[in-house]
Design a protein around this ligand. Structure first.
Ligand code: KIV
Ligand code: ZN
Length: 522
């Protein structure tokens, strides 16, 4: 295997983008993604020019290991990283998972703050230094590219952080990450931390320094940029800012800030920014985390100008109110595209334009669903096709599928759902009542699968405008302390709701490796 270490920080104005959507992002409650979705996202990140993709935490589960290993095998340009605690078995598992990458990385971390040492690790500072030396040396014996992270670095005394960093570099770490794990830092603090550590560690030029910021106080992007200004040259971030609690720094915001404000931020990244909008949509659909309308760069309203004065200015010259163009992040102004007369060839071309490359079976199914939709809906927009295809990819491996459903709902009367599900290839039919149509549908599914997960969230939004718009339904289920989300787009709101529930339930089955019926009972 060949591995390449980027040039040390400070010598170059290139900022390396390390995407952790598939690891830190997936750790958000309910953001679990299927194997297929992870492969799809990794492919998009690789094509977009992400320098390092953290594909997962291989020791966490067989599913995580398989996803990292498969992403490593398929990777083209990106370095593929696997996360490992400072434990030999973790590091071996991560090394095994990234073994087949063109360029692989082991990313190992240990806590360094007094509060973590006292309460979580129950170790002294000297013991932590020994752990760093032992684990980083072990990782370097497996692979040339090793990243070491000081968990809770921003609440660690600088003096101890300097000792830890020195030990990690001496043991062979090629990247040093100083995360703001709890989102506590301010830009000034974070700048100072990097400045001091880089200055005081004797061999700091032998490694790239990296920022990794959580957004608990809404400062993740500002903090990341402050770290870069102090000499860090790797930014760890996620698409849509997905991540634990309030999330991580958003990749699209960092990249577009650097690109748009070259005057104040004299750096560059290797990201092809026209891929950002699609990456955002695919991640939002896979993780079932809708993007807020006013989210910078990728929100629905990010380029919408509503007020009269703004619209007037825009018509005269777009630069009056636009600091970057929608096209530069991959938002196309043409959205009316297809209809019921569009054929297979036109549909294939449209998929290509939207960045999809489906296999024969998936294409066939997507085309059939497009035709069904075009029969019901006069105008099929790009957003409809994206929802339809992402839905198809997300449910490709579902073990339980909706075969047929009939709902009867009467004002002040009964609400009944007759439903047939295919469960591992066998049909099961039930007829169940509820307090409303959706309640009857969800009760029917629970009866058929003989399980009763707790419904944490149910929501529906429209993919486009108009009463004939597709409904995008989101369902979040909880069982045995685990939360998963499901998503489905359909012309009919009730069918979308049923399929979203099934999509979530199927995810619980995949991760538990359980039998389909009654898997969740007890
Ligand atoms: O936030 C954090 O400290 C992390 C580490 C595992 C790098 O995600
Ligand atoms: Zn993190």
């Amino acid at each position: 295997m060949t591995t390449e270490t980027p040039a040390p920080q400070g010598n170059t104005d290139q900022v390396f983008i390390f995407d952790t959507t598939l690891r830190d992002g997936e750790q958000s409650p309910g953001a679990t993604m299927t194997h297929q979705e992870k492969l799809q996202i990794a492919e998009i990140l690789d094509a977009m020019g992400v320098d390092i993709i953290e594909a997962g935490f291989p020791i966490a589960s067989n599913g995580d290991f398989e996803a990292v290993a498969e992403i490593a095998r398929r990777s083209k340009k990106s370095v593929i990283a696997g996360l490992a605690r400072a434990i030999i078995a973790d590091i071996d598992r991560a090394g095994e998972a990234v073994r087949h990458a063109q360029r692989g990385r082991i990313h190992t971390f240990v806590s360094t703050s007094p509060i973590h040492l006292a309460h979580q690790m129950k170790k002294t500072e000297d013991e932590v230094i020994e752990i760093i030396t032992k684990t980083v040396t072990h990782a370097r014996n497996l692979i040339d590219d090793v990243e070491w992270s000081a968990m809770d670095a921003t609440r660690t005394p600088t003096e101890f952080l300097v000792r830890c960093t020195e030990a990690a570099i001496k043991a062979g770490a090629t990247t040093i990450n100083l995360p703001d794990t709890v989102g506590y830092s301010t830009p000034q603090d974070y700048y100072q931390l990097f400045h001091d550590v880089i200055e005081r560690v004797p061999d700091s030029d032998k490694a790239i320094f990296s920022v990794h910021c959580h957004n608990d106080l809404g400062m993740a992007v500002a903090n990341s940029i402050a770290g870069v200004r102090a000499g860090a040259r790797q930014v760890e971030c996620t698409i849509n800012g997905l991540g634990e609690r309030a999330g991580n720094a958003a990749l699209e915001e960092i990249v577009m800030a650097i690109r748009t404000r070259g005057d104040a931020l004299p750096y560059h990244t290797g990201i092809e920014t026209t891929h950002l909008a699609r990456a955002s949509k695919v991640v939002a659909a896979a993780a079932n985390f809708p993007v807020q309308y006013n989210k910078a760069i990728v929100g629905k309203n990010a380029f919408a100008h509503e007020s009269g004065i703004h619209q007037d200015g825009m018509l005269k010259n777009a630069e009056t109110y636009e600091i970057m163009t929608p096209e530069s992040v991959g938002i196309k102004s043409t959205s009316l595209v297809m209809g019921k007369h569009s054929g297979r060839h036109a549909f294939k071309e449209k998929l290509k334009e939207l960045g999809y490359d489906l296999g024969d079976n998936q294409f066939q199914e997507a085309f059939q669903r497009f035709k069904d939709l075009a029969d019901k809906k006069k105008h099929v927009y790009d957003a409809d096709i994206v929802a339809l295809v992402d839905d198809e990819v997300g449910s490709a491996s579902d073990r339980i599928r909706l075969v047929d459903m009939e709902v009867v709902s009467k004002t002040g009367g009964v609400h009944r759902c007759d439903m047939t599900l295919s469960i591992d290839g066998e049909n099961s039919t039930v007829s169940v009542e509820g307090t409303g149509s959706v309640d009857a549908i969800f009760n029917a599914i629970k009866t058929a699968v003989k399980a009763d997960p707790h419904l944490v969230l149910y929501g529906v939004d429209a993919v486009t405008g108009g009463t004939d718009a597709q409904a995008n339904a989101h369902v979040r289920l909880e069982m045995n302390n685990r939360i998963v989300s499901g998503n489905a787009a359909e012309a009919d709101t009730l069918v979308a709701s049923a399929r979203a529930y099934l999509n979530a339930y199927n995810r619980l089955l995949v991760e538990r490796g359980a039998s389909a019926q009654g898997a969740l009972a007890g």
